[in-house]
Ligand binder design. Structure first.
Ligand code: PMP
Length: 361
């Protein structure tokens, strides 16, 4: 018999890439990099080790490069099969039946699954206009709280908590609660907007920062993430992770992607500019009850509170050939999460929404 808490889990439903009748759609539903992968990655993967050999179990070269780039002792870094694996391992290492795992409402769906998977109770704190409310989060801490998850910027809202608030949140948590700061979208921030997570993880025993190669680095298909924190935390994750959790190709690809600063910067600037242009296009639609929540990530959460419903907008966007994300199961029936694509994609999506808004009047 499966454990009773496994029965209650709703499997993660990924963003779709096909529409009615299986017609392929341009995918703006999984926050991938529309520019794709750095050419340096393809070059490096061509000469990667044969698939017949197990990979380096410790991702040594990748951790060394990450350590150099971020000024972290590589001994305080662990790589994972996507950051999903590391988020799950953190929950598993610190919580079990009877414990609580706390995160803001409208957070990344994996936090809820990670909590239930280890038999802990997921607890959602109230938010303020879709953004993390530090006071509400701290008020929801109980003696049973073992882990707090915060994505910054957050998925699916794109909202960002500044450094002073992240520090205040951490300072308000009991010292024996593990604070997991999920920085999957950190590279999209302007450098001056750093939330201080890596510095916090370097100087405190109870902070774990997770990052991913799936977003700005354009390597979602290779499944590589990493985490850093105190040596004991990294040791605990190393004890329970899969022994060969990052593939040969994944390690080589991530190393090459990490080294291509120009590709990373180009992706960041393209996203920043296109996100602003798309938000402006939606604002220009006028009084249709369509609003983009301010975002620091590579997507916008767009809410529909007028005549045009999120479902009708999604259907119109699908007709135009694009897949976006509707998340009613996460309490967002009136919103769509739209990944920022290429300029022509965003023009087409904005035009589809404009047509649908007119038709709904
Ligand atoms: N954290 C957040 C906030 C995310 O949005 C995602 C991807 N959707 C992840 C973690 C997981 O990314 P991956 O497992 O691909 O590294």
């Amino acid at each position: 018999m499966p454990k009773p808490w496994i029965e209650g889990i709703h499997a993660y439903t990924p963003g779709k890439s096909s529409g009615a009748g299986g017609k392929p759609l341009v995918k703006l539903s999984a926050n991938e990099n529309p520019l794709g992968t750095s050419p340096a990655v393809f070059e490096a993967m061509g000469s990667a080790q044969l698939p017949s050999r197990y990979p380096d179990p410790d991702s040594t070269a990748l951790r060394t490069a990450l350590g150099k780039k971020h000024d972290i002792d590589p001994g305080r870094i662990v790589c994972g099969t996507g950051s999903d694996e590391l988020l799950n391992l953190a929950a598993q290492a610190y919580a079990g039946p009877g414990d609580e795992i706390l995160f803001p409402r409208f957070s990344f769906a994996v936090y809820d699954i990670a909590a239930r998977r280890c038999g802990a109770t997921p607890v959602e704190a109230a938010v303020s206009d879709y953004a993390c409310d530090v006071d509400a989060l701290l008020a929801a801490v109980t003696p049973r709280t073992r882990v707090v998850f915060l994505a910054n910027p957050n998925n699916p809202t794109g909202t960002f908590l500044p450094r002073s608030e992240v520090d205040r949140l951490h300072a308000g948590l009991p010292g024996d609660v593990l604070f997991v700061l999920d920085q999957a979208y950190a590279e999209y921030l302007a450098p001056e907007d750093d939330d201080g997570g890596l510095a916090l993880a370097a100087s405190h025993e109870n902070v774990l920062v997770t990052r991913t190669f799936s977003k700005i680095h354009g390597l979602a298909g290779e499944r590589i993430g990493w985490a850093t924190g105190a040596a004991h935390l990294i040791g605990e994750l190393n004890r329970i992770r899969g022994p060969f959790n990052v593939t040969n190709h994944g390690q080589v690809a991530a190393l090459a992607a990490l080294g291509d600063d120009e590709w990373i910067e180009r992706s960041r600037i393209a996203n920043r500019d296109e996100r602003a242009r798309f938000a402006d296009a939606l604002a220009a639609l006028g009084n249709h009850g369509i609003r983009a929540v301010p975002s620091e990530a590579n997507f916008l959460l767009v809410t529909f509170t007028g005549d045009l419903t999120a479902e009708a907008a999604m259907a119109a966007i699908g007709q135009a050939g694009y897949a976006v994300r509707h998340l009613p199961g996460q309490g967002l029936p009136n919103a769509l999460r739209i990944t920022i694509g290429l300029p022509e994609d965003m023009d087409a999506v904005a035009a589809a929404i404009a047509r649908a808004a007119q038709a709904a009047q």
